[in-house]
Design a protein around this ligand. Structure first.
Ligand SMILES: [Zn+2]
Length: 450
């Protein structure tokens, strides 16, 4: 058990924060254990705290191999979570694909919960954050992470994003799809490694001008000691390999390892000299404003009739909740998409108020938006209900409006490209997960630094 001192960080207007994280996942090659320890110890000497996102099986292997030295070195940094089994099939997107929001969340918790418990036991902390193996993402993980006490999603992927900066989604603080604000120094070539400095300077200047922001850099400790990925040689295209048949990845030469460390630490020293503020997954929630911000109802109402979208710091769900009279709070998006059956152009007021009251009751009961709202035996889709509610002028009948879901544009529309990963089965595509992602995007909004 290691007790880490946490320190309060508060941001000023043009602060740029820098996240350095390592996906600590290779449970096959023992040299990767030493790489993780060396990175942790040398960063500590530089006064830099990183986040090590650890795979459950990796944590257990460190324990089995008696590497308390590695565990202790990592625990002085921040500890995150990087899935129970990483690449052992089925990976998260594969098993989440046929499941809806609620069943998927239960399945994620069942399959990934053991690693969280093992990390608590081995490292003495609840992981500060989670990030998926490869591109194996699914929106059901958000509910499960909340139940597991993990408030931050820290990774890079293309499934969903907002202006290349952190955002709130599914009740979780996401540091994801930062695109041009992700900077990595190449580990094999001096000249290419230097390009990362130029890219870092550009990101820093751009974000300072914008009033602040977040830049992130990620590596895998195993990259510093191997020339091929440990999982690609054992689990490519979803193949199962029994532990007794594991093949070790090819190692770098001693010279090539030293070069990789040198190029990496040169880059980190450069970043440090810029005056950027290093932060970990555990620091992130404290750096951000409260996600539950009040809604300017009259202005929001007008814009909602035009398009159902993020409005400033409010998600579409925030706006809808405010129109229904809720105080600022979080609820999930709908679980399915249901079409409207109402054909008339207006709904009598009394019937409309019954439907509205029913929607409020549903949200209070489930802490989730309904997929549709009933008016007698006809229904409005959630989008049409939201637009109709926003356009209600108080007359004896309420005009029916069709809602335009503008926030869905922030979700990737390429169901194969979004899930491309050598470990996924050939041609794997998950349009179901992207559809669920769009439904949950009712909750999407920017995360603003304090
Ligand atoms: Zn990984």
């Amino acid at each position: 058990m290691v007790i880490l001192a946490t320190f309060w960080m508060s941001a000023s207007a043009s602060d740029v924060f820098y996240l350095l994280w390592f996906d600590t996942e290779d449970f096959i090659e023992p040299a990767a254990d030493d790489a993780a320890m060396r990175l942790a110890l040398e960063l500590e000497k530089l006064g830099v705290r990183a986040t090590f996102k650890i795979v459950g099986e990796k944590a257990r292997m460190l324990e089995q191999r008696g590497r308390t030295d590695v565990i202790r070195a990592l625990a002085r940094h921040d500890i995150g979570y990087h899935a129970e089994n990483h690449s052992i099939p089925p990976t998260p997107a594969v098993y989440l694909k046929p499941l809806g929001l609620l069943e998927g969340a239960e399945e994620f918790e069942r399959r990934e919960g053991q690693g969280v418990a093992d990390i608590r036991r081995i490292f003495g902390v609840t992981p500060s954050c989670y990030g998926q193996p490869g591109s194996s993402w699914g929106p059901q993980s958000n509910l499960a992470l909340r139940r597991m006490g993990i408030p931050v999603y820290m990774d890079e992927g293309s499934h969903i994003g907002l202006h290349d900066q952190p955002f709130w989604y599914g009740g979780i603080l996401y540091c994801f799809r930062l695109n041009r604000n992700v900077v990595r120094a190449e580990l094999d070539d001096e000249r290419q490694a230097l390009q990362a400095r130029t890219q870092f300077d550009e990101a820093l200047r751009r974000l300072r001008q914008a009033g602040g922001g977040v830049i992130q850099t990620y590596y895998h400790p195993t990259e510093f000691v191997t020339t091929e990925f440990w999982d690609a040689v054992n689990f490519s295209r979803g193949r199962f390999t029994a532990p007794s048949d594991y093949r070790r990845p090819k190692l770098r030469t001693k010279e090539s390892m030293e070069k990789a460390y040198r190029l990496f630490f040169d880059f980190i020293r450069y970043v440090k000299a810029s005056g950027v503020r290093f932060a970990t997954g555990r620091d992130l929630p404290q750096l951000m404003e409260d996600p539950n911000q009040p809604v300017d109802v009259p202005a929001a109402r007008k814009r909602f009739v035009e398009a159902i979208d993020i409005q400033g710091r409010n998600s579409a769900a925030d706006v809808l909740l405010a129109l229904l009279g809720f105080p600022p709070t979080y609820v999930d998006g709908p679980t399915i998409r249901v079409e409207s059956t109402v054909r008339s152009t207006s709904i009598p007021r009394e019937l409309f108020l019954r439907g509205k009251q029913d929607a409020i009751s549903y949200i209070e009961r489930h802490r989730r938006l309904p997929s549709h709202v009933w008016f007698g035996s006809e229904r409005l889709s959630l989008a049409d209900f939201a637009a109709t509610l926003a356009g209600d002028d108080g007359g004896p009948a309420v005009s029916v409006r069709r809602g335009k879901l503008a926030f869905e544009r922030h979700v990737n529309s390429d169901p194969e490209g979004a899930f491309q990963w050598i470990i996924h089965p050939e041609g794997f595509a998950a349009p179901e997960l992207l559809e669920l992602a769009r439904l949950q995007a009712w909750t999407l909004k920017p995360a603003k630094l304090k």
